[in-house]
Design a protein around this ligand. Structure first.
Ligand SMILES: N[C@@H](CCC(=O)N[C@@H](CS)C(=O)NCC(=O)O)C(=O)O
Length: 206
């Protein structure tokens, strides 16, 4: 199998964490030059987005949350979902929270925006982090799909805050403690290093 991925992509990073945690034999490959508009790439990723998992029979699967669930079903060893249905639902709530309420404002802050619009989006991100603060009540457990999803998102929030000159995470003690805890997982730590290095090389290029 192959994963088309870029080091800094928080969506690709969550899949790379799961691949490491499950010890899967997946080759990590970069997309082609000009990938988001490249016609061949669009053939395997109709939205033109990363990541894409290429299965051994050539079948391509996009959408990071779907890829995570697929890998979990294909390779249940070293599970990243608990057994009990309600516990599984709680994992999925955290992961969906990241996709619905944290990533959209973060992506908006990554693009060009007016100062006032920027303040509104920062507030949306802070609101999302405040909800996360209340959702995190389960520290000290096994790594889950929620952790794979949240660790890169919180890294991106940290970097976004640094860029804006505000600490977005500091005022949320549960989120701060969770970020520290999750960063100690070896699979997460390795992928965060990849994200940091990817970011550095992007900055060097611009
Ligand atoms: N919902 C998608 C989002 C993926 C996504 O937006 N990836 C970014 C890279 S971090 C991308 O491919 N952006 C290309 C573009 O916006 O043209 C997922 O979870 O996989």
């Amino acid at each position: 199998m192959q994963l088309i991925s870029l080091p800094v992509s928080p969506f690709a990073a969550r899949v790379r964490i799961a691949i490491r945690a499950k010890d899967l034999d997946v080759e990590i490959v970069a997309p082609p030059e000009g990938w988001s508009t490249d016609r061949r790439f669009r053939g395997i990723s109709p939205t033109g987005r990363l990541p894409v998992l290429i299965l051994d029979d050539g079948e391509a699967v996009g959408e990071s949350a779907v890829i995570l669930e697929l890998l979990e079903e294909m390779f249940p060893r070293k599970p990243l979902l608990p057994r009990e249905p309600l516990a599984r639902a709680k994992v999925r709530i955290l992961a969906r929270h990241a996709d619905l309420y944290l990533m959209p404002p973060m992506s908006a802050l990554g693009g060009p925006h007016e100062a006032r619009e920027g303040r509104t989006v920062v507030q949306q991100l802070l609101d999302g982090l405040e909800v996360l603060e209340g959702l995190l009540d389960d520290e000290g457990r096994e790594l889950t799909l929620a952790d794979c999803t949240l660790a890169p998102v919180l890294f991106a929030a940290e970097v976004t805050g640094q860029r804006l000159g505000v600490d977005l995470i500091d005022s949320f003690p549960n989120v701060t403690a969770y970020q520290r805890w999750i960063g100690e997982d070896p699979s997460v730590a390795a992928v965060l290093v990849e994200m940091r290095e990817g970011l550095r090389s992007l900055v060097r290029k611009t």
